[in-house]
Ligand binder design. Structure first.
Ligand code: NCD
Ligand code: ZN
Ligand code: ZN
Length: 346
């Protein structure tokens, strides 16, 4: 039985760090384990221009405690007014590694997102020319489409038409949650990648809804039925380089989650690696963990894999971290997968 696993230091290809007091609380939790992360731009107001991204990166680096090394890979929030020249300049300077597409109204802080996809065609065309990836929150927002179907419908109605209209555009399907997304991604060429979260690999909608409603399991896209979780697990352990980790660790104050109208997002960063080791081991695929967390993502983004390593060890189940205090009096509750975690990161 394996009780010790040394892998290249991982990266997180989809992370929410927020700003201000919350940033201070959550940043060390990611920087402790991950070398780099794709930083989501859905602040209020959003990170739209190259200048916004530069200022946000400076705030992140200022919040990083001494002794940590961490490289925030910045993204721009695509709006219908985004200027292709600004995007290209931010990419050329090395600052920005992706542009993020939020369909307006699809998720947390997406109100400034895109309503009419034709209006951003010139940005997509420039991104295709310069090889800058588009990260996509892939859900339609039409009220008549059931929330459990919104990802599958997005693929047919929005994603595939965009990719056909802009050949060569590199696209990351973010936080995929369905077998439909796995099947679509598996059938594409290497211009397409897909990230998978910890919670979508470990849980399905029954975990969220049977025996009481668990607000800390509520995220978007919403957890689906068990057969979809199994398809995601098969993709994650397949060794297919198109699938890689994006935790989508998305902190909200505890009171905003445990609420009559709770916010979407799971704060997984502190235990993401332990959860993944537990999950991959349970699937008999510990040998595939390094590819998923440390190798496939950099290859997609054209970056070198990290040279340092981290060591995971297996022992007695670890206690879950208590809610972390946030300056100003609130707290943020750490994701509890509802099963013992035997792995920890040295
Ligand atoms: C994210 C957030 O809180 O910013 N929430 C979530 O449920 N995943 C937004 C997002 O990634 O869609
Ligand atoms: Zn999203
Ligand atoms: Zn997210």
């Amino acid at each position: 039985m394996t009780t010790r696993l040394e892998i290249r230091r991982p990266d997180d290809w989809h992370l929410h760090l927020r700003d201000g007091a919350m940033l201070k609380t959550v940043l060390p939790e990611s920087a402790r384990h991950f070398a780099r992360a794709i930083i989501m731009p859905n602040l209020v107001p959003p990170v739209v221009t190259g200048d916004d991204a530069r200022a946000y990166r400076d705030r992140i680096m200022a919040a990083l405690p001494d002794g940590y090394t961490f490289d925030p890979l910045m993204t721009l929030y695509l709006t219908e007014h985004t200027d292709p020249d600004d995007v290209a300049a931010a990419h050329a300077s090395g600052l920005v590694k992706a542009v993020k597409l939020y369909p307006a109204g699809a998720t947390t802080n997406s109100a400034s997102g895109v309503r009419d996809f034709d209006r951003v065609r010139p940005v997509f065309e420039r991104m295709s020319e310069i090889g800058l990836p588009l990260c996509v929150h892939g859900e339609v927002t039409d009220a008549e489409i059931d929330i459990f179907d919104r990802e599958a419908v997005f693929i047919d109605r929005v994603l595939d038409p965009i990719r056909r209209a802009t050949p060569g555009l590199r696209v990351v399907m973010e936080h995929i949650t369905t077998s439909d997304a796995v099947d679509y991604a598996s059938a594409q060429d290497s211009t397409l990648g897909a990230t998978i979260t910890v919670q979508h690999l470990m849980l399905d909608r029954n975990d969220m809804l049977v025996g009481g409603i668990r607000p800390h399991y509520y995220c978007l896209p919403i957890l689906k039925r068990g057969s979809h979780r199994e398809a995601l697990q098969r993709a994650a352990i397949s060794g297919d380089p198109r699938f890689f980790l994006g935790t989508d660790s998305a902190p909200h104050a505890t009171h905003a989650k445990e609420n009559a109208c709770g916010c979407a997002g799971c704060f997984t960063a502190p235990i993401a690696l332990a959860c993944l080791a537990e999950t991959f081991e349970g699937l008999g695929a510990l040998d595939r963990l390094e590819g998923f967390v440390s190798l496939h993502g950099p290859a997609f983004y054209g970056l070198p894999a990290n040279t340092e390593t981290v060591t995971l060890t297996k022992g007695a189940p670890q206690d879950l971290p208590p809610p972390l205090p946030v300056e100003g009096g609130s707290s943020v509750t750490v994701f509890d997968p509802g099963r013992p975690l035997h792995w920890s990161v040295l």
